[in-house]
Write a protein that binds this ligand. Structure first.
Ligand code: SAM
Length: 413
């Protein structure tokens, strides 16, 4: 096995375990190394990463240096000396600098001071660069995606330098890609048919689910398909499609999609949303099929993999009494168990399925899980293992949310 060489650093989203499992699924456990609380090193060039399809990574940065210190004073000294030297290689004209620190105990003020000292040092450069550097002020230790986007820090004439603490060392990297929050917002909020009760799956989570299911081994290779043709032939089935968020993201990733839902109204919502998407993104090539059927009994004529957010029970904004909660849990459990039984003989043996099921947040990060999660083996499924993440820990939840989503990444036993 070749030795790991860190080339790129991925800055992970709010729940890093999702970003790590997604990268592991796409690139293999050997090519990634989680560090600190918020990042992962990758033995992959930034340019090889298909960033716009990643839901769990917010920035991808090219590693420039590994500093043998993690003290902020040492880092500041390094930047004051090195940034002006490297700036000489950048075309003259306006230049914008942003600094983002991860896993350091350093205040935004301190970072702003460092950036201003770097700016001062750059001013002492020979003609060309003088006085033309602008610094993006930090409101937090790290610049947000919005700040990186609005200040165009991944374009020519700008740098976002990312500093990640790794034990007593520091990784210094330059941001190449940042999550396009506006594009996510546009395809989330601008969809013509929305339903607050069902359609709240964030597109980023949908992307993560797709990557967890499709990842490795590459389905194109497994089927001997040509890459472009194969993506289209690969059919993502969402048997609880609701308003179609998963199908929407799968289409954008090039796959064909098949959505079913028991509710005719939601089937019409999905149709409307997908029509709108295809109109908005003319490059979409995948085929679309949507119909109203019951996921607990239907035999789907053809599909490659299942990626779905199953029935979550009713939305809750406060924790109900225990007896009521038990009933809600039982209702979801019954439907999803029936669905999994129905799916088992239909799922191909070499395919992973990703099913988001409800878990209820009883107190901070403590959950009540569906009973079926412990019965998967009896039902003929095994849970896919990750090297860097506990598969039972993939519970997507905001602090104030009662109904969380637990991702089950499963395959046939
Ligand atoms: C949590 S929602 C899925 C939302 C979806 N991810 C979206 O993007 O809007 C669950 C869906 O399951 C559907 N459903 C419930 N029981 C079903 C069944 N037995 N068969 C198929 N669909 C069912 C509901 O109509 C609802 O649309």
């Amino acid at each position: 096995m070749s030795e790991f060489k860190a080339r790129t650093v991925a800055i992970l989203g709010r729940q890093p375990e999702f970003g790590v499992s997604e990268l592991e699924s796409l690139y293999g456990a050997e090519r990634i190394k989680p560090i600190g609380g918020s990042a992962a090193l990758l033995d992959i060039e930034a340019g090889e990463i298909n960033f716009k399809n990643l839901g769990g990574t917010i920035k991808v940065a090219k590693i420039l240096a590994e500093l043998s210190t993690s003290s902020w004073i040492g880092i500041e000294k390094y930047l004051i000396k090195q940034v002006p030297v490297h700036l000489k290689h950048v075309a003259s004209g306006k230049f914008t600098l942003g600094l983002s620190a991860y896993d350091f105990n350093v205040s935004p003020n301190q970072i702003n001071k460092t950036a201003l000292s770097v700016k001062k040092a750059a001013r002492r450069l020979p003609a060309g660069r003088q006085g033309s550097m602008r610094v993006v002020p930090n409101k937090a230790a790290a610049l947000s995606s919005a700040q990186v986007l609005h200040n165009r820090l991944t374009t020519k004439g700008a740098w976002e330098l990312v500093l990640v603490k790794h034990r007593n060392q520091t990784i210094l990297a330059q941001t190449m890609f940042v999550q396009d929050i506006e594009a996510y917002g546009a395809r989330d909020q601008a969809r013509p048919a929305r339903d607050a009760k069902v359609g709240m799956l964030p597109p980023k989570l949908a992307q993560i689910m797709i990557n967890l299911a499709v990842g490795q081994p590459d389905p194109m290779k497994a089927n001997g398909w040509d890459k472009a043709e194969g993506v289209r032939k690969f059919i993502v089935l969402d048997p609880f499609c609701g308003t179609g968020v998963i199908l929407q993201e799968a289409l954008l990733m090039g796959y064909s999609v098949y959505g079913t839902d028991i509710d005719e109204r939601l089937v019409s919502y999905t149709k409307k949303n997908l029509q709108w998407l295809v109109g908005k993104y003319p490059n979409i090539e995948g085929r679309v099929m949507v119909e109203a059927v019951d996921a607990t009994s239907y035999l789907w004529p053809r599909f490659s993999t299942v990626i779905t957010e199953a029935y979550l029970g009713r939305p809750l904004n406060k924790l109900p009494a225990p007896s009521e909660l038990n009933k809600i849990v039982q209702d979801s459990n019954t439907i999803i168990k029936k669905f999994l039984k129905n799916l088992r003989p239909q799922l191909k043996p070499d395919r992973k399925a990703v099913v988001a099921v409800p878990a209820w947040q009883i107190s901070s990060r403590r959950f009540k899980f569906l009973p079926l999660v412990d019965e998967l083996t009896d039902m003929g499924y095994s849970i896919v293992k990750f090297k860097h993440v506990d598969p039972g820990g993939l519970v997507y939840c905001r602090e104030d949310q009662i109904v969380a989503r637990q991702l089950l990444v499963i395959e046939r036993l």
